[in-house]
Design a binder for this molecule. Sequence first.
Ligand SMILES: [Zn+2]
Length: 412
Amino acid sequence: MIIVPLGVASATPTATRHLSSVALWREGSIYLFDCGENTQMRMLQAGLKRSKIDYIFISHFDVDHYSGLIGLLSTLQLQRREVPITLVGPEGLSEYVEFNMKFAEIDLNYEIHYKEINTDFKEEKVVDEEDFYVEARPLKHTTFCIGYRFQEKDKPGKVDAEKAESMGVTEDAQYKALKAGEDITLEDGTVVESSDIVGHPRPGDSFAYVTDTRYCPNAVKLAMNTNILYHEATFSEGLEDKAAETGHSTAADAARVATESQTKLLVISHFSARYTNPFVLLREARKDFFPTWLATELRPIYTDPAHEKGIVQAKVYLKEIDDDKNKKSSRGKRSGDKQKRFRKRKSYKSRDSGGERKRTRRSNEDDKYNRRSRDTGSRRDSEKRKDRDNDNNEKKPKHITPRTPFDDFNRF
Ligand SMILES: [Zn+2]
């Protein structure tokens, strides 16, 4: 399971943060949780194919959580999608989408299946597929808001092939039967029991999406024993009143849910625009629950890095955490670089002063030196300098996401 945050801002986007959305990649399919403005562009930048979306889950009808939906659906239409898509969200979702499609006179090529959730629901399995299900529970916001838990069903235990062979199992059908939990009888009459060959079932991956809520027991239930809890942390300490008033969580609230639910990893998101540096929130959350990360847009989080790394690769430059480490380890080299740069600047300066000197000499030699031509000369010089500076700027890679200097992303 790969989790890719696509937007980590709260109600208002900032220069570096987009509106709420997070993608879950699993076995080639994508499940979107919320769809703020810019979601479809962020997917492109994250290296996620929009055509692979199977489900979109909307938490609630605050505009920052669904404003990208119509744009995304019409892009799918332009891409000539034919496979159906399922939208899950509060009741009214189909009315909203259908109105917009009618308004824009779009006759969809593909089917939209709706799963609408009534405002008075307590808990519900909103999706139940062969190998995973999604559970929903109401949260505590100023409007009706839903939290989700994506749960893979337990995988069958591993078959000990060597042991099976030594016991005389040879055919594929026999392995299949053993894997399915059936005991088999071999030709010579020996009975091979499934429990001897097949290990314990392996628990499936799990992910909880809890956003726009005050602390509530339902959040804990959704997140119980998950691998990843993706929780909002809009405010820092000192703003508890504001959080309660607007129906949001502080970083400490997120950490409390994580502690009570015993999740393996807490990822905080939905940062208020007042924090140019969300590390304040990370620090607070880590005080109570250490395995916490900041959701960083476009940076994937893996539950099985050994097999999943490299599957989803961002199409834009992401500053690698390891860059910093490498620099530290090769300090000598770095100072060499510095010197080089310094030398360059020096030569550029001396060239400049050389020009100046020349001009002074010339004006000394000839009092009637034309001032006008001197002026244009120096202007040309400054223009050249500007061009050179521009060239230097263009060579630097553009940083799309802010730096995250201290998380070890190799861990998950
Ligand atoms: Zn929000």
